[in-house]
Design a protein around this ligand. Structure first.
Ligand SMILES: C[S@@+](CC[C@H](N)C(=O)[O-])C[C@H]1O[C@@H](n2cnc3c(N)ncnc32)[C@H](O)[C@@H]1O
Length: 469
């Protein structure tokens, strides 16, 4: 079995072909056309050091974060990211000697960060990793995820071996070596399941059923062990590169990276004043981060109930508890005829603004808020998210500093698109706002309204192959 897709990272806007986007004028009035990859030539590999250990849908490319850090913060500053996902901001902050505080609804953040920011002076020994891997192969432990239809996703013999390996991990001391193996097991558990590897969401496809069927006729267990072994080794080497890098760059007084996965950023208490916000909010159209990563969450020991509870809080699938109004957003609303899409739009802006506002309340005077968004289309109508957010926050006393437009050079598309935007998205935008003395976001965090979580919007329809749970 080839590992071709193993390291596949998804751009902010997953689509289904690779192609070159022609160089054109900026698509949005007032935006400065840039290429963050060109502006940050010191990063020539988006997966450098520990960035590629975990795949995560709609990850930041580190160049954008590095640019924002270099331009809008200084050494020792605190950066907040309320939509931290896989923690790109945390890694870049640490490497630039800044501190970071990260929040995300997804519990994966708590499992990802200890590996991605490996705060140690000691290099790891490959021999110790090999010993642990050997123990895992001989283990008699078993662990079965608390997931009612786990059997739907696996061939029985593969499920049996995976539950033995996970049984070992859940019964072993939590060391950096066991965490390294856990990261490899997460990828292997997806690869050796019936879900497609190429889409972030769980989808049991005919192609994958066939591939697993073929694999079962071969030396699949040897291939599974090889995969876990080589991925673990690769991760260990990334961690050692991280140690060497921080040693060479004098990290005696390194920054702190605090993180809290499993929280709703709209209402979480941000515990300190911060010098900058750097974030990329969720996507307006169906991204479903929790559903996309639930296989991983179950294997890591989270329950179906926990995962369902988090899914209900995910933006944009919860009912809006207030209607955000700005000139541009009101125009979009007027054009939008479909009721379900109106509700999605209202939900998206209500909860995205709530979460941003909650963190921006803790920004110091003159601190920058750097918000990375796309210009998606719904029902053929372009929604200039950066402009809507700028209008909202400027009205509340933030100063508009600038907006950068980054053209997506190449991207991967997944599956045929049925919406009215066959070309997909061509640009992403980095909006910069500044906290001024007249900002009106100093009130206490808002309280969630009871109806909010209790009455979520329906999630988008799933394909017949998708997990029904
Ligand atoms: C575009 S992704 C962020 C990716 C991140 N920048 C990275 O590099 O990995 C948006 C994130 O918003 C999170 N999210 C969605 N609803 C949320 C909520 N109510 N509170 C906190 N995070 C939420 C999702 O779990 C997802 O990780």
């Amino acid at each position: 079995m080839k590992n071709r897709n193993l390291e596949a990272q998804f751009t902010l806007f997953p689509i289904d072909n690779e192609f070159e986007v022609p160089k054109e004028e900026t698509t949005s009035d007032g935006a400065e056309l840039v290429s963050f990859r060109d502006l940050v030539p010191e990063i020539n590999d988006t997966g450098y050091l520990t960035h590629a250990i975990f795949a995560y849908p709609a990850k930041f490319i580190p160049q954008i974060v590095r640019y924002a850090i270099n331009t809008y913060t200084k050494e020792g500053d605190w950066i907040v990211d309320p939509f931290a996902g896989s923690g790109t901001v945390g890694v870049e902050a640490y490497l630039c000697k800044r501190n970071a505080i990260l929040f995300d609804l997804n519990l994966l953040l708590n499992h990802i960060m200890p590996l991605k920011v490996y705060d140690s002076k000691e290099r790891l020994a490959e021999a110790d990793l090999h010993k642990l891997l050997e123990g895992m192969r001989e283990s008699k432990h078993q662990f079965m995820p608390v997931w009612s239809n786990v059997a739907y996703w696996y061939a029985p013999e593969m499920l049996d071996v995976l539950s033995q390996y996970w049984g070992f991990i859940h019964n072993t001391d939590n060391t950096v070596y066991s965490t390294v193996i856990k990261a490899a097991l997460l990828k292997a558990s997806k690869r050796f399941s019936y879900t497609e590897d190429r889409t972030p969401k769980l989808a049991r496809s005919k192609r994958k059923l066939q591939a697993i069927g073929e694999l079962l006729k071969e030396n699949w267990k040897e291939q599974l062990d090889d995969m876990i072994h080589s991925l673990s080794l690769k991760t260990l080497r990334s961690l050692n590169d991280f140690v060497v890098y921080t040693q060479q760059n004098c990290f005696e007084h390194s920054g702190q990276v605090e993180f809290r996965g499993g929280v709703d950023s709209s209402y979480v208490a941000v515990p300190r004043a911060c010098d900058a916000l750097i974030t990329s909010p969720p996507y307006l159209q169906a991204q479903e981060y929790i559903r996309s990563t639930k296989m991983e969450l179950f294997w890591l020991g989270h329950t179906e109930e926990e995962v369902k509870e988090l899914s209900r809080l995910e933006i944009p699938y919860r009912k809006a508890d207030r209607i955000i109004q700005t000139e541009t957003l009101d125009k979009v609303r007027e054009m939008l005829t479909r009721d379900d899409l109106q509700k999605r739009l209202d939900s998206y802006f209500c909860h995205t603004v709530n979460a941003l506002e909650n963190s921006m309340r803790q920004l110091k005077l003159n601190a920058a808020a750097c918000i990375f968004v796309g210009n998606p289309r719904i029902d053929g109508i372009t929604v200039e998210i950066w402009r809507i957010l700028a209008e909202y926050f400027v009205e509340r006393g933030f100063a508009f500093e600038k907006v950068y437009e980054d053209r997506i050079k190449t991207r991967k598309l997944f599956g045929a698109r049925k919406n009215k935007n066959p070309d997909g998205m061509k640009s992403e935008f980095l909006l910069i706002l500044r906290k001024s003395a007249i900002c009106q976001t100093s009130a206490l965090p808002r309280e969630p309204l009871l109806q909010d979580a209790a009455d979520p919007l329906p999630a988008p329809k799933m394909s017949p192959d998708s997990d029904a749970s």
